[in-house]
Design a protein around this ligand. Sequence first.
Ligand code: SAH
Ligand code: SF4
Length: 350
Amino acid sequence: MDIRLDRPSLISWLEEERPDRLAELYEAAYNTKLSTVGDKVYLRGLVEISNICRKNCLYCGIRRDNRNTGRYEISVDNVLDAAEFAFRDGYGSLVIQGGERMDRAFIDKITHILKEIKKRWPLGITLSLGEQSKDVYREWFEAGAHRYLLRIESSDKQLYERIHPVDPLHSYRTRIQALKDLRDCGYQVGTGVMIGLPFQNAWNLADDLLFFKKMDIDMCGMGPYLEHSGTPLYSYRHLLLPKERRLELSVTMVALLRLLMPDINIAATTAMQAIDPFGREKAIMAGANVLMPNLTLAEVRDEYQIYQNKPGAGEDAAISSSITERRLREMKIPIGRDQWGDSIHFSRRH
Ligand code: SAH
Ligand code: SF4
C-alpha cells in the first residue's frame, strides 16, 4: 500500500477509525520496521529513581503541589541492584527516570551511579531526568549516559501552555533548547508527546509527527494521556476521548512515525499497557521496537504514579520482566538480548 505522509494525509489517518484501513496502515509500518531496524525488540530496564519533582505540570500525579503522594528517592545500591538484574537478564540497557531536580546532591548522585554502573557492566544507559543545564547534560554524558529522553509533551506552543503553568519553570522555549543542548552534548536524543490530551486535535498530532521529523530525533516515546484525580487537568476529563480510542490513536501515531522516520527507535510505552494488557504489543506490531520493563523496587512503585492505575503496582523486577518476556514469546516477537539496540538513525547521521 502506498501511504502518503504529507500533512493533510497524516491528519486524515489520525481521524481514521475503520479497523480494516488501520490494519493496513499498521501492516505497512510493521513491514517498514522489518526492512530498516529489523524484527527484534530491545529491552531497557526502567528504574524510577525518585518522585521528588520541582515542577508542577498540570497533568502529572507527582507534580510538586500534589500533597497526597509520599515522596521517595531510592538508594545508589538499589539502582545498582536493578542494573545487575538487567544485565543478568540479558537486557542491553537501563533507563533511569525521575522527577526533575537540579540540586547538586542529586546531580552528583546520578554522576556517581553512572560511573559505578559503567565500572561493573557493559549496559547502555538512557536518562530521563528532565531539563538540566548544558553543563549537567555534559557531566552525565561523560560519566557514561549516552541516550536521553525528554518529551516535548506537545509541540504546539499554545497547547503546551494549556497543560503547564505559564511561568519560567515551565517554558516551551527552554524545553526546545534542552533538546538542542542534548544533541550538542552527543546524546542520542528522544522526545515524544502525550496523545489524547484535552484540547488536542488531529492537526496537533500531525504537527507533532512533523516536529519529530524536523528535529531529526533519534528515538521516540509517546503514549496516551491518562487523567489523574490529583491534578488540575483532571477537571477537563469530560473533554477526553474514550481510553480505547486514545490507545488506538497512540498506535496510529507509532505507525505513522515509523513510516515517516523508518530508522529511529520507537518505544511501546507503559501507558499503552495501562489501557490494554496487550497495548504495548499492539504498538510493536505497528512499528515500535523498544520496550521498557519496570525494574523499580516494589516498595516504592506505587508512589511513582504519574497517572493512576499504572500497571505493575506491587510487582518486583522479576515478575514484571517475566510477564513482558512471556508475552513477547507468545507473540513470537524476538528480543535483542545483550545488545544496546542503539538508534540506527543516530549511527547513520554520524
Ligand atoms: N520528569 C521527567 C521524567 C518523568 S515524567 C520529565 O518530565 O521529562 C515522564 C513522562 O511521563 C512525561 O514526559 C509525560 O509525558 C508522562 N506523563 C506524565 N503524566 C502523565 C499522564 N497523566 N498521562 C500520561 N503520561 C504522563
Ligand atoms: Fe515532574 Fe516530569 Fe511530572 Fe512534570 S512530568 S511534574 S517534570 S515528573
